[in-house]
Design a protein around this ligand. Structure first.
Ligand SMILES: Cc1cc2nc3c(=O)[nH]c(=O)nc-3n(C[C@H](O)[C@H](O)[C@H](O)COP(=O)(O)OP(=O)(O)OC[C@H]3O[C@@H](n4cnc5c(N)ncnc54)[C@H](O)[C@@H]3O)c2cc1C
Length: 586
């Protein structure tokens, strides 16, 4: 068989939340994307139930947040509950630093279905279900993927063997991509074929997960309106709120309890009946899980990248497994876009792992702490835990910090590991996510800031034109990247009156900051009048500098993006006839 021409720019293996987000973000940027998913239809394994404000902002950037929010419960408090029903403390906040609620609860099959249907808006994204990627070969220019028809994976089958290159399969098809992303989950065959090890821990305690649905959504759950961690030493339990009458219980297996006993319908009924009237519910699924805290040592090998559970796995106790994958996809999408457009050299992609890995690891450490807190069973230990917790949540400073959930790692990249200038002060903005306040736009209407600044690079300043100090070369560089230029004024502070130009300078977006959220972030970060922030397409700040230092910061950005090594590629349409052929074969 001759090597085919490039059929796509990026081939994504796996259509879970990570693959879906990546397909949207690359599709939106006009690239030819092929997604190969082995399941002919969703297997409906509800796993994730929670997403945060940052990920909602990512869903906003791919045009899906409103659609997804329609099937979510927002702002639901999370509480630590003792076996007698008393509440140890609640974690809740109404702050919307990223424009969206910090706590959003959902039902994963609804979220995945909506994201999948949303891909229809990108004709340049082709999804082939029922196609399993069995092996791949890469060279300096691209990757050949081999895939076969698959009638369903039998979820939970043995993991592929590390470093073993699978033999060619009968009736396999081949497709060539410039880049390939393995978003194929915790048992990633892509990772296994690359021989990449995972290091970390497996936790021995299995948990029984029971997904239920109320027969009448208005009856049966009024007494459990919040997400409860039930700190019961006799049986640590998680009780998860979900929309549309869905609900989840998770019970930790105690010593001596077996999977078979725990999944027996009578046992499931017994445990559920502690909290609900079981007859009012349909039991959708019971499954016993163990949790892992694992990290792939390498996230990129040549033209193949790993994302989501394929790169890292975390105990679900702070609900950050899927969210980490969504963040990976968002970080990777704009970098792949820059490389494909010839705006960045390939080595720039290494910043993907150096930025994302420490953040994913920090989330995992926090997930383990939460797991240890909830799953404590020692009678004395639990009494001490409860006493200390009661004291701690009353302390000034620490109490509000805990009760607002501020112990969850922030979107801040580790010093020395991110693409951007070094942070020069403790609260410096570089390598951190710019907040998303509600602003008053040029049309006199309220917008979330990202709606005005779009999905590319942005130069932002407080009250002046950020281009003021750019020389012709730097300006033309920013224009070649399609950057936007934004001036944010205090509320009521837009230029007005005699002597003011009657039209805004061409290409400048002007807006006001009614709540003062932008201004307080700007000041906190060291921003002053005349400073300019260079904001990356993923809304992380590259630099916040005085206007006079902007040309130098632009030069540094070019260096870090390896612009001199960039090779532009031309886009070619995915041959529809071949895609149809595979579809029929499936
Ligand atoms: C009980 C439980 C509760 C959880 N709760 C939360 C939560 O509240 N919040 C949260 O953020 N996370 C949570 N998680 C974690 C979350 O569900 C996962 O992290 C997330 O689904 C991973 O997404 P992914 O797209 O990376 O991988 P997956 O969802 O595993 O998707 C991988 C896809 O790749 C496909 N695939 C695999 N191999 C191939 C192949 N060779 N060819 C083609 N396709 C292939 C698979 O069929 C699958 O569709 C929870 C997990 C569990 C178990």
């Amino acid at each position: 068989m001759n090597a085919p021409d490039f059929a796509c720019d990026v081939a994504i293996v796996g259509l879970g939340p990570t693959g879906l987000t990546l397909a949207h973000a690359l599709g939106q940027r006009g690239h030819q994307v092929l997604v190969l998913e082995r399941e002919p239809r969703f297997y409906g394994n509800a796993r994730a139930v929670y997403t945060d404000g940052e990920c909602m902002r990512i869903f906003q950037s791919i045009g899906m947040a409103d659609r997804l929010a329609a099937d979510m419960l927002e702002d639901a408090p999370v509480q630590m509950v003792l076996p007698d029903g008393s509440v140890l403390f609640q974690i809740k906040t109404t702050k919307r630093e990223h424009g969206w609620p910090a706590n959003n609860f959902f039902y994963q099959p609804l979220l995945e279905t909506a994201l999948s249907e949303g891909l229809a808006r990108h004709p340049n994204v082709t999804v082939l279900r029922g196609r399993e990627v069995t092996r791949f070969e890469q060279d300096a220019d691209g990757v050949d993927l081999f895939h076969v028809a698959c009638g369903g994976s039998d979820y939970g089958k043995a993991a592929p063997q590390l470093g073993v290159k699978p033999a060619p399969a009968p009736r396999e098809a081949r497709v060539r991509a410039r880049w390939m992303v393995g978003a194929d989950g915790g048992r990633s065959g892509v990772r296994a074929q690359l021989g990449i090890e995972m290091s970390g821990k497996n936790f021995p305690n299995p948990w029984l997960v029971v997904d239920i649905k109320a027969k009448d959504a208005s009856d049966g759950l009024r007494h459990v309106p919040y997400f409860n961690f039930i700190c019961d030493p006799a049986c640590p339990t998680v009780c998860c709120v979900q929309p549309n009458g869905h609900h989840r219980f998770e019970f930790m297996l105690m010593p001596g309890q077996t999977r078979e006993q725990m999944t027996h319908p009578e046992t499931v009924r017994h445990y559920l009946s502690r909290y609900i009237d079981v007859d009012k519910f349909e039991i959708l699924r019971t499954l016993v899980y163990t949790f892992n805290a694992l990290m792939a040592e390498k996230w990129r090998d040549g033209r193949v990248l790993l994302a989501g559970d394929a790169a890292h796995m975390t105990p679900q106790f702070i609900g950050q497994g899927m969210n980490a994958g969504v963040r990976d996809a968002y970080n990777l999408a704009w970098k792949l876009d820059a490389v494909l457009r010839g705006q960045a050299g390939e080595a720039f992609l290494d910043s993907y792992q150096s930025e994302r890995q420490p953040h994913a690891a920090a989330m995992t450490r926090e997930g383990i702490r939460m797991k240890d807190f909830v799953s404590m069973t020692h009678p004395v230990g639990t009494r001490v835990r409860n006493l200390l917790t009661r004291l701690m949540v009353r302390l000034p400073g620490i109490g509000p910090f805990v009760r607002r959930g501020e112990f969850i790692p922030k979107p801040v990249y580790e010093a020395g590991c991110y693409m951007g200038l070094a942070r020069r002060r403790w609260r410096g903005a570089e390598g951190t996510l710019m907040p998303q306040p509600s602003v008053r736009g040029p049309d006199g209407r309220r917008h979330l800031l990202d709606e005005l600044i779009g999905t590319g690079f942005v130069l932002v300043s407080a009250g002046v034109d950020p281009r003021r100090t750019l020389d012709a070369e730097a300006l033309s560089f920013w224009q070649s990247l399609g950057a936007r230029f934004v001036a944010v004024y205090p509320f009521g502070g837009r230029p007005n009156g005699a002597g003011i130009d009657h039209a805004a300078p061409a290409g400048l977006i002007e807006c006001e900051d009614p709540e003062g959220d932008f201004q307080s972030w700007w000041r906190r970060s060291g921003g002053r009048a005349g400073h300019v922030a260079i904001v990356r397409p993923d809304k992380f700040v590259f630099a916040l500098v005085e206007g006079e230092a902007l040309v130098g910061a632009t030069r540094e950005l070019r260096r870090q993006m390896r612009v001199d090594e960039a090779v532009p590629v031309t886009h070619r349409a995915l041959p529809a006839v071949e895609a149809d052929h595979w579809r029929e074969a499936a």
